[in-house]
Design a protein around this ligand. Structure first.
Ligand code: ADP
Ligand code: MG
Ligand code: ZN
Length: 466
């Protein structure tokens, strides 16, 4: 039996503002970022966010699509509480781009997945039902989501198994994260409709599945249902279904006869945008594709796992390239970046761009090579470099000071913090001095030896007031 699977995937484009208004795309609580445009007030006029068009074009080019010479929008009309205007602004007749090809490795084999279309549209508002969607007494609406820019990527039915579909989505996610056209950490960054048919039978569409694993689960369950039908000699009906993650089954949402008529019409409030110049500009600024970068980094002698981390950690490839300009051992560099560097970055809640400058990492690695610092100590130093935003030499300098000059500080600290022992000492109690020496040893982590501690303590205690 042969399955045919096609995916329609929505991703949230990484823009600061919404698709047709100036509201920010970051929402902290429901309905905090809204205006007359994204609330659909009568008489409000949309204005197109150029950045969203550019990001969509980047996706289209990365998927080897042809970009249409002109882009324009249509109104998709339907009546539902998530859509106060009564229509969604989307693209229908002519998408931003079409006729593409994706060539990820799926289930261990290089695949050729044809991309039917790529288009840009606005997200409707988000509904929150009190309980189950079918039985909820009340539903709440969050218009902060309304007008968030989405890009829809539609494949031809070229997947043969649920696992292939999942691996494609994982590949797509990392590609788009690499291109920085999405924020992979954004909530609901990817949603898919999955279409599946068996042996030339009718196709079933499973709507609105979040994530990648859920898509595989939904398809598996639907595939099993269709295989069951085939075994009984029953025909699968063309319908739209929903996947219930809790039961692991798909259920009917609507039959073909109930499919809505969206009555698409041209959106007159938005301009027709000439795409040639935009596509050319985006094409020129396009980074090398991640597979190409991966091969390049591997050719430098970096093992695959490390190369993967370097390429797919947002911002790290450029950082790696800058460092390797000044440092001759790419594999060592990658090892540091993919391990201690990454850990320190996460601990400090930083991104690559806020991390210590490339030349500071080059300096640290050079110090290891010259034997100025051993690897164990370097692991501590890099932590401080992140925490304090300082270079290795500066960190080491402060530490060296901790060994010599600021012995004085350790001693004064112990004297300051142990008033009772100090007065006991001054009253002639020798055991109090032993105690203070012990404190100095503790505080300096035995860096200051007992003899030296005694000398310095006595000197300071005798010089001090009282
Ligand atoms: P619609 O316009 O109704 O959404 P499309 O023909 O545009 O339908 O296809 C939507 C999705 O369904 C595409 O991803 C496509 O690959 C997939 N699809 C089309 N035909 C089949 C089929 N026979 N089996 C599985 N998926 C299919
Ligand atoms: Mg569809
Ligand atoms: Zn708005």
């Amino acid at each position: 039996m042969k399955a045919m699977i096609g995916l329609e995937t929505h991703v949230q484009l990484r823009t600061a503002t919404k698709l047709f208004c100036g509201c920010t795309t970051v929402s902290r609580e429901p309905n905090d970022n809204v205006c007359p445009i994204c609330m659909g007030y009568p008489g409000s006029k949309p204005a197109l966010n150029r950045k969203a068009v550019e990001l969509g074009t980047q996706i289209a080019l990365a998927l080897n699509c042809r970009v249409a010479p002109e882009m324009w929008f249509s109104r998709k009309s339907y009546f539902y509480p998530d859509l106060p205007k009564g229509f969604q602004i989307t693209q229908y007749e002519v998408p931003l781009a079409s006729g593409g090809l994706a060539e990820p490795v799926l289930c261990g084999k290089k695949a050729g997945i044809r991309i039917r279309r790529v288009h840009v549209e606005e997200d409707p508002a988000k509904l929150e039902h009190e309980g189950d969607i079918m039985t909820a007494a009340r539903s709440l609406v969050d218009y902060s989501r309304s007008g968030i820019p989405l890009c829809e990527i539609v494949t031809e039915p070229d997947f043969e198994s649920p696992a292939q579909a999942r691996e494609y989505l994982e590949w797509l996610l990392s590609l788009l994260a690499y291109l920085e056209v999405i924020d992979p950490r954004a909530e609901g960054v990817m949603r898919s409709d999955a279409n599946i048919s068996l042996d030339g039978g009718e196709r079933v569409e499973i709507k609105n599945i979040t994530g990648t694993l859920m898509v595989e689960q939904a398809l598996k369950s639907e595939l099993n249902r269709q295989i069951g039908f085939a075994n009984l000699g029953k025909k699968v009906a063309r319908e739209t279904r929903l996947f219930d993650g809790a039961t692991g089954r798909t259920v009917t949402l609507r039959k073909k006869e109930e499919e809505e008529d969206y009555g698409y019409i041209f959106e007159p409030d938005l301009p027709i945008v000439g795409m040639d110049a935009i596509a050319e500009g985006v094409g020129k600024a396009m980074r090398e594709m991640p597979e190409v970068a991966l091969a390049r980094v591997e050719r430098l002698g970096v093992p695959r796992g490390l190369a993967h981390a370097v390429v797919y950690t947002p911002g790290m490839l450029a950082y790696f390239d800058e460092c390797s300009g000044g440092y001759g051992k790419p594999d060592e560099l990658a090892r540091w970046l993919a391990n201690d560097f990454l850990k320190c970055m996460h601990w400090n809640g930083l991104e690559v761009r806020d991390s210590p400058k490339p030349e500071l990492i080059v300096e640290l690695l050079g110090m290891i090579d010259s034997g100025e610092i051993n690897e164990r100590a370097a692991k501590d130093v890099i932590k401080e470099m992140f925490a304090k935003g300082k270079g290795a030499r500066e960190v080491m300098g402060a530490r060296a000071a901790g060994k010599g000059e600021s012995e004085g500080e350790v001693i004064s600290g112990v004297i300051r913090d142990n008033g009772k022992a100090v007065s006991d000492f001054k009253a002639g109690n020798a055991r109090a001095l032993q105690f203070l020496i012990g404190e100095v040893m503790k505080k300096s982590k035995a860096r200051i030896d007992p003899k030296r501690a005694r000398e310095m303590l006595v000197k300071q205690l005798n010089a001090g007031p009282g």
